[in-house]
Design a protein around this ligand. Structure first.
Ligand SMILES: Nc1ncnc2c1ncn2[C@@H]1O[C@H](COP(=O)(O)OP(=O)(O)OP(=O)(O)O)[C@@H](O)[C@H]1O
Length: 240
């Protein structure tokens, strides 16, 4: 069966201060799949990611998310549908439960302990964590709580911005495994940025290689590993 499209990018360009950062980006992101953007520092990966939840807007081009043009979204609606998870898990002062409930608190709703426990289960944390102060958590545990919290609004898309880069080897593996599990169980479309090429090869359905503001190559992991484009081969060769 053909993969169906969750996000379409049509000739996206971005300029700032007279400098062209992104050039003619056209590509599709498929529903329920993990797409990872790799490429050298300064290629434009973060800039591109920031369009999907409207932190920045393209200078020209069209971005269609779940069948609707980005410009016709209400920001709140968009950010519930498209959740950003960052490199550093930002926590509010208080307990794990306070943090898990935050997306609901902001909507004047509440979360029961049972509901919170279910969210902890999704990220393999025990119920005993509910009343822990977030100051007592390790980096990996914070990232798990952050992932659990990002599921509360039942997003269709998760933007993962270097989510494992601040973690040690064991926590990296745990978060990678969790992302794969969340992707399958919640059928969330994931768009991932990483400098860790092994992580990209391990967890992606599709990889985009960005070089100098353009997509140099799109393909499955096998296709990217066999890419003929010299710049792509050089970038991957340097990273492995
Ligand atoms: N506000 C800005 N003003 C001017 N130039 C900017 C601005 N923001 C980003 N840039 C430039 O845009 C280019 C792309 O930056 P971006 O952060 O998207 O790259 P990246 O691929 O994510 O890099 P990294 O892997 O280092 O995070 C860089 O050359 C950067 O200097």
């Amino acid at each position: 069966m053909e993969d169906s499209i969750m996000i379409q990018l049509k000739d996206i360009n971005y300029e700032i201060d007279g400098q062209t950062i992104l050039k003619h980006i056209s590509a599709d992101i498929y529903k329920g799949k993990i797409t990872t953007i790799i490429g050298p520092s300064g290629a434009g990966k973060s800039t591109l990611l920031s369009f999907f939840n409207a932190l920045k807007s393209p200078t020209s081009g069209q971005l269609i998310i779940d069948g609707k043009n980005l410009e016709s979204y209400d920001f709140i609606e968009l950010r519930r549908k498209v959740q950003l998870v960052s490199q550093v898990a930002t926590m509010i002062n208080g307990t794990v439960k306070d943090n898990l409930a935050l997306p609901l608190t902001l909507q004047n709703k509440t979360m029961t302990d049972d509901e919170a426990t279910q969210f902890l289960k999704h990220v393999d944390l025990p119920e005993t964590f509910l009343n822990k102060n977030t100051k007592e958590l390790s980096g990996g545990e914070k990232q798990k709580v952050s992932l659990a919290r990002s599921l509360v609004n039942k997003p269709k898309v998760m933007l993962l911005d270097e989510v494992t880069s601040a973690l040690d080897k064991n926590s990296k593996q745990a978060i990678e495994d969790l992302l794969k599990k969340i992707n399958k169980e919640h059928e969330v479309t994931m768009l991932n940025i990483t400098h860790d090429i092994n992580l990209a090869f391990d967890m992606s359905d599709y990889i985009w290689v960005m070089i100098d503001g353009q997509i140099a190559e799109i393909g499955t992991v096998d296709e990217i590993q066999d890419a003929k484009n010299d710049n792509v081969r050089k970038f991957i060769g340097e990273k492995i």
